[in-house]
Write a protein that binds this ligand. Structure first.
Ligand SMILES: C[S@@+](CC[C@H](N)C(=O)[O-])C[C@H]1O[C@@H](n2cnc3c(N)ncnc32)[C@H](O)[C@@H]1O
Length: 224
């Protein structure tokens, strides 16, 4: 009898959710059932998860464990939001995941259903180039700073215009890569130095490179 892959992998995800008592795996199982077509597999592949894990670990080392609102631009299907909010080492008030693609918000909210219910995750459809970034109110962000994350810098042709919109002193986490030739990769950088020149941060709390099989990913953490 032919195997129905949805049922086959769905059963496994349900089993894993029960085994690890994992609300995230339960949310993932519900999401793949509700949204079978979009490419959630890509957003959860090994490279993607490794680069988000790298971000979470370095952010914790560079800026601590307590955060206010973390705004994720180009947040796609909400994988990074889930990894941040489910990390037991971190205390994050709220994650806002913004993407220009109108397909993303419903999927991101389904993948983060646990934290939508508790009011700690929201997905918005919008263009990061048109967004207003509130100024840093003095004294309010010392214990739990707000963070702006953009792991899609390679997708932003008008990167300089976007960076100019951020308020002075904003804590940011930026990722880009040298993976040229991929549709939508209109702002790749050749190396970490080129990325640092594109996005000058002071203080620069972290700068690093994560090599993968086909390309290198670059990350900067610091204040604009
Ligand atoms: C392929 S995904 C993520 C790639 C990225 N390297 C990562 O791992 O997070 C890029 C996302 O950026 C979004 N995006 C591109 N331009 C945008 C913009 N101006 N504002 C908001 N989202 C944007 C796309 O819709 C897409 O979901």
């Amino acid at each position: 009898m032919p195997i129905d892959p949805d049922e086959y992998y769905g059963d496994m995800l349900e089993g894993l959710a029960a085994w690890f008592a994992s609300p995230f795996v339960a949310d993932l199982r519900a999401t793949v059932a509700r949204f079978p077509a979009p490419d959630l597999g890509n957003a959860l592949n090994r490279n993607q998860v490794a680069s988000k894990r790298w971000l979470v670990d370095r952010l914790r080392e560079a800026a601590g464990e307590r955060f206010g609102t973390i705004t994720i631009l180009g947040g796609w299907f909400g994988v990074l939001g889930a990894m941040l909010l489910h990390d037991p080492r971190l205390a994050i008030r709220r994650v806002v995941s913004v993407d220009i693609d109108p397909r993303c918000a419903a999927i991101a909210e389904s993948l983060n259903a646990t934290h939508v219910r508790s009011g700690r995750f929201v997905a918005e459809t919008g263009d990061m180039l048109l967004r207003d970034y509130p100024p840093i109110a003095s004294g309010t962000d010392v214990e739990s700073p707000d963070v702006v994350v953009n792991t899609s810098c390679e997708h932003i042709a008008a990167f300089g215009d976007w960076f100019a919109r951020l308020p002075q002193g904003q804590l940011v986490v930026l990722q880009s890569n040298d993976y040229r030739g991929v549709a939508g990769h209109v702002n790749c950088v050749s190396d970490l130095e080129a990325f640092r020149a594109q996005a000058p941060l002071r203080p620069l709390l972290y700068a690093g490179t994560l090599p993968t099989k086909r390309y290198r990913r670059f990350m900067l953490i610091g204040r604009k």
